[in-house]
Design a protein around this ligand. Sequence first.
Ligand SMILES: Cc1ncc(COP(=O)(O)O)c(C=O)c1O
Length: 382
Amino acid sequence: MPSPDYDLDAWRKRIPLLASCIPMNNCSQAPQTDATRAAADRYLDSWNTKGMDWDAWMEEVQLAKRAFASLVNASSDEIAVFSSVSEATSAVASALDFSGPSRNVVVSEMEFPTVGHVWLAQRQRGARVAWVPVQDGGIEPEAYESLLNDRTAVVSACHGYYLNGFTQDLAQLAARAHAAGALLFADAYQTLGAVPVDVKALGVDFLAAGNLKYLMGVPGIAFLYVRRELVETLHPSVTGWFGRADPFAFDAKRLDWAPNASRFDTGTPPIVNAFIARAGMELIASVGAGEIRKWHEVLAKRLIDGGRARGLRSHGTDDVSRKTANTAFLVRDSHAVEAAMRARGVLPSARGPVIRLAPHFYSSLDDVDSALDLLAELTLDA
Ligand SMILES: Cc1ncc(COP(=O)(O)O)c(C=O)c1O
């Protein structure tokens, strides 16, 4: 039996939910660990015993930025913090000029809807949006080519497709966008924590992600990487006092810009979420993104082969080198199937026509087999 290069049983003991459930919904919300629980308690204790500990709380936000930076091989002055990827995308869009000749936005149809919505809203500011179609559950990099030209301002491409885990080749897309004189915005919400990401090697200009999926965190926090060379050229109109050079200057009449990616920060940061997010990101770093990816490939193969053997129909590519472990199966009423599986102790994630089974680093092959058995029992006619 294959096994990961780390101590699976030791990690499993740190996730209380595993005593009662099989979480296969990591593409949606990963379970609580002892580390994230302790981080939440640390904030609550600080608030309860000190009333407020502003400087330490601000330091905690910086440490969370640093943890995110280190996961993507950036430095913390290239990271801004938000409460959602929607907000991060809006801030990026607000810093781009769509009033001149370069006003085209090329958006993959794989974007999580919120990212598409932000780009569509830029039409009020002059943007023209063109969509790169999804075919057979994926997009080949060549599909971007006919839409790219010297009027393209930005290309928006998610790294991992929320529906079926298909991963786009960001390095290729960055090269193609740059050759057309455009920037590349990447949404890595479905890959960070599951796939090693190196923003420098990929050459992306912006990369956003939140924490509640493979980064083992909570809703209400997201981070944005902005390539250092770009930072000083950008002046987001989605802004606030934390985007200033000195937020504590308290000068309402002076709109100066922080010299680093903090100029993308907006209001009071999500402090409690930063405590928890850092714990989740440090936990992932201590398991190791490369080790996690290796195990995810084993789990993905087990899902695809096991699904086929049971007569389930998967959505998208079968090539595990081109997808995350998130594997989608076509079913008739996905929400009813999700409810029925939950009632039997397996937590899947329904999206439109599919049930997504998304294991993570702590998942065992038995977890995968049990989830597939139950899905087959509930959805296939006897
Ligand atoms: C790829 C991707 N992007 C964005 C989001 C959501 O972004 P937000 O933080 O704005 O809710 C999700 C999922 O919830 C997602 O899967």
